[in-house]
Design a binder for this molecule. Structure first.
Ligand SMILES: [Mg+2]
Length: 174
């Protein structure tokens, strides 16, 4: 295992989280301004940039698959991502890829030959934390999405780092 990666959740990390709703198409995808620069910085430092995202709205019929692909193409191009791994399933589908299950993360680690010790998972939810921890990857919680600081009191496992948003990743990884 030779590479290092930033594993990134999508909604609430790269783009604005819409409470109780889904980001359904490009018009609703508000990428935070600082994301472009900060990801470029880590890309240039040799990190693979890999998104791991739950998108249950697809199987619920709320997100059109074509619209999801368009959003993904946009993100891959403008953020120079190496890959987007997504799970279209709902809880009822009982799949192996919906976070906190780790199939997508596992696949990505194998494909890109990722060393977990050199890598980080950045997410905005407890599901993300559990996914990262299941494969011994350091977890960085961002408060730009669905989690408020006080929510963490109720979590059994705690994040390794907590930052306001992705811009502050430089305080952790220089
Ligand atoms: Mg999220």
């Amino acid at each position: 295992m030779i590479n290092k990666a930033l594993f990134l959740d999508r909604d609430g990390v790269l783009n604005k989280y819409i409470p109780n709703n889904y980001t359904k198409n490009l018009n609703e995808l508000f990428v935070f301004k600082y994301v472009f620069k900060i990801l470029k910085y880590y890309k240039n430092k040799g990190f693979k940039l890999i998104v791991i995202t739950n998108q249950a709205g697809i199987n619920k019929g709320i997100i059109n698959y074509k619209d999801f692909i368009l959003m993904s193409k946009y993100l891959i191009y403008y953020l120079r991502l190496d890959a987007i791994y997504f799970c279209p399933h709902t809880d009822e589908d009982n799949c192996f890829c919906r976070k906190p299950k780790n199939l997508l993360l596992k696949k990505a680690m194998e494909k890109f030959k990722i060393d977990p010790n050199l890598s980080y998972f950045i997410g905005d939810s407890y599901r993300d934390l559990l996914t990262a921890k299941s494969l011994n990857i350091k977890f960085v919680l961002v408060l730009s999405g669905q989690t408020r600081l006080e929510d963490i009191n109720y979590w059994h496992y705690k994040p390794d780092y907590i930052i306001k948003n992705l811009k502050y990743l430089k305080d952790i990884i220089c």
